[in-house]
Design a protein around this ligand. Structure first.
Ligand code: TEU
Length: 593
């Protein structure tokens, strides 16, 4: 395979029509020069770069303080300029918003705050015009308790839809059927009526778990999927998908299991049977991309979901690296070798054939630069670029969370009243309310960990409302939008945004950066992350200084660098032939070698 194999740009390659998409005609990205068989083998969901939009916080077109679909449509040229190929849209469905759309009331209706189905159709058509595909969030482990199925099911044991959810009688003393905890605090069992049976909810009590063992539930889900695929969406990000199958005997969890309930919850007996069925009946009939949110799944279980011959999903998100600073709900200090070990375990498990999704943040995480970089004014831009280099040069489909391409930072919370997220508010009630943790301690923790950091509105301009809204934003805008915003970065060559653009373009020009093998060449180094991407003679080495001190670095394995492919400006690059390089603070460089 030649080093510059082909320019793999989806956008320029195809003007996609909905029927063509639905027929699955565009299974791979066109390659130049034509006839390069190797390039044609790489499917669009591997070469593409994905951008996650959290619609509530992206752009508000009508001044009600809540982002909406028309706001997204207005900013598609921004995404196109960035080089985005695929948008993952967090839930846009009708919802009472107990968990910001992850509690769905009607899977075929657009959330009224976000607009109408006509707005959705126009947004999709405008995306397609620009060669951008859309994947949507499939949240089907649970529905909202206001979904018509649950409204009916809760009326009693003989209700038509009773068996769409999971009901068990309480114990003799009236307590819940077993000791399952909810991820959002308290028991995973609640009663719909006093003295009645309990229903299961792994998340909030307003998010009852669907009963996937009921074939009608599965057919119902498949119909929802077809409904959106027939409109022309290109696939799904599947919320907590390993959790769909339950051990219906509901054994109590051991103390060890209770420390990390995602693990037992993610190992129900029939998950893979259901995913295969979903693939056979729905996904295989369309040209799709699927990414599972695989909480509770170990690296060496990845292939069970993603090995092509198993016909389940294309890739899953793993969370070990992003949870490197977590001990349950608590924050803990972390080291670079620990972070690298998390990636190394994953890539070792994936081997040459496996595929994953790479990401720095999502709507459940802190801001990338505050989480893994240094968000002080001095190092924010460089460290944001260094992190981008890490994520976009790793092996997998990169997912960029909205605003990270600007180096947006965590929000400086000073009071619990400023939080919107149900998980933060419940945690506060449980731990601070219960007298176990001081308010100051919990506030310090949430300032590191809260999901609301990534949910504050997108910072488009320095003006009032940050160009996000002309009204009162639903969640406070970070006061630093006067310094950190898209407008000021658009035309500035040294901006974080410009660097993201260059990285994305580079990834499209240099195929080994997409599907070359990954190897960490110096796992123990305390401040340098050095890894190679190789495919035969095509070789690149990525060097990132994760500290605010310069490092004189001797390359291992006899590597001598050639010309740099990209550099984040953290210091001078080394001359061709060098076996030692000086890495400035937070410098990141990709060399051929
Ligand atoms: O997330 C699943 C999940 O496990 C996280 O919410 C996790 O509990 C959290 O990151 C810990 O801080 C998915 C969605 O991404 C999330 O937004 C939803 O709240 C959740 O499922 C329920 O649908």
């Amino acid at each position: 395979m030649s080093f510059f194999r082909a320019s793999l740009t989806l956008a320029s390659a195809l003007a996609l029509s909905a029927p063509a998409l639905a027929r699955g005609e565009a299974t791979s990205v066109a390659a130049e020069p034509a006839g390069d068989a190797a390039a044609a083998e790489v499917p669009w969901w591997k070469t593409g770069v994905v951008y996650q939009i959290y619609p509530r916080s992206f752009a508000d077109s009508d001044g009600n303080g809540v982002g909406d679909l028309n706001g997204i449509t207005q900013h598609l040229d921004y995404l196109k300029d960035l080089g985005v190929d695929v948008v993952w849209l967090s839930p846009h469905f009708d919802s009472p918003n107990v968990d910001n759309g992850y509690d769905i009331r009607d899977y075929r209706k657009v959330m009224s705050e976000f607009g109408t189905m006509a707005d959705f159709d126009r947004m999709l058509a405008e995306m397609r015009k620009r060669g951008i595909r859309l994947i949507i969030d499939l949240v089907v482990n649970h529905s909202s308790d206001q979904h018509a199925w649950f409204e009916n099911a809760k009326t009693g044991p003989d209700a038509k839809y009773r068996d769409y959810y999971i009901w068990r009688p309480g114990k003799a003393d009236g307590s819940p059927p077993n000791n399952y905890p909810s991820f959002f605090g308290g028991s995973a069992w609640s009663r719909a009526t006093p003295g009645g049976d309990y229903y299961l909810h792994y998340f909030a009590r307003q998010q009852p778990d669907l009963n996937w063992d009921n074939p009608q539930v599965r057919e119902g889900v498949y119909d929802i999927m077809r409904f959106w695929l027939d409109k022309g969406v290109s696939g799904f990000r599947m919320d907590v998908i390993p959790l769909i199958s339950k051990d219906q005997t509901f054994p109590d969890l051991s103390a060890e299991q209770l420390a990390d309930p995602a693990k037992p919850y993610a190992h129900g007996p029939r998950t893979h049977e259901y995913l295969r069925e979903m693939n056979d009946k729905v996904l295989s009939k369309y040209d799709t991309m699927t990414v599972g949110e695989a909480i509770g799944i170990a690296d060496d279980e990845d292939h069970l979901f993603t090995a092509p011959e198993r016909r389940e999903l294309n890739m899953i998100f793993h969370f070990d690296a992003s949870n490197v600073d977590r001990d349950g709900w608590r924050w803990k200090p972390w080291t670079l070798p620990e972070l690298k070990a998390d990636y190394d375990r994953l890539y070792t498990a994936l081997g040459d054939k496996g595929w994953t999704a790479t990401f720095l943040a999502n709507h459940d995480k802190p801001r990338a630069v505050s989480h893994f970089g240094n968000d002080s004014p001095k190092w924010r831009e460089l460290s944001a670029k260094a992190l981008a280099t890490m994520s976009l040069m790793q092996r997998g489909t990169p997912f960029i969370y909205q605003g990270d391409e600007l180096g947006m930072t965590n929000f400086p919370f000073t009071s619990i009243d400023q939080f919107d997220d149900i998980s933060a508010r419940n945690l506060w009630r449980e731990k601070v309310g219960g007298g176990q943790v001081s308010a100051a301690d919990m506030l310090a923790t949430l300032n590191r960990t809260s999901r609301d950091h990534t949910r504050t509105p997108m910072q488009w301009t320095a003006g009032e409302g940050a160009g996000f809204t002309t009204g009162k934003p639903w969640l406070a805008i970070n006061p630093n939008h006067d310094r950190i915003n898209a407008q000021s970065q658009q035309a500035k060559p040294g901006s974080v945004l410009s660097y993201y653009r260059r990285l994305i373009a580079l990834r499209k020009q240099v195929p080994v950066l997409v599907d070359g093998a990954y190897r960490d060449i110096d796992p123990g180094h305390a401040s340098v992350y050095a890894f190679t991407r190789t495919d035969g003679d095509a070789r690149a080495v990525v060097l990132i200084n994760f500290s605010d001190q310069p490092v004189d670095y001797a390359l291992p394995d006899g590597i001598a660098v050639q010309a740099p492919l990209i550099d984040n400006g953290g210091g001078p690059t080394a001359a061709p032939g060098a076996r030692r390089v000086t890495l400035g603070p937070w410098q990141a460089t990709v060399y051929r070698y």
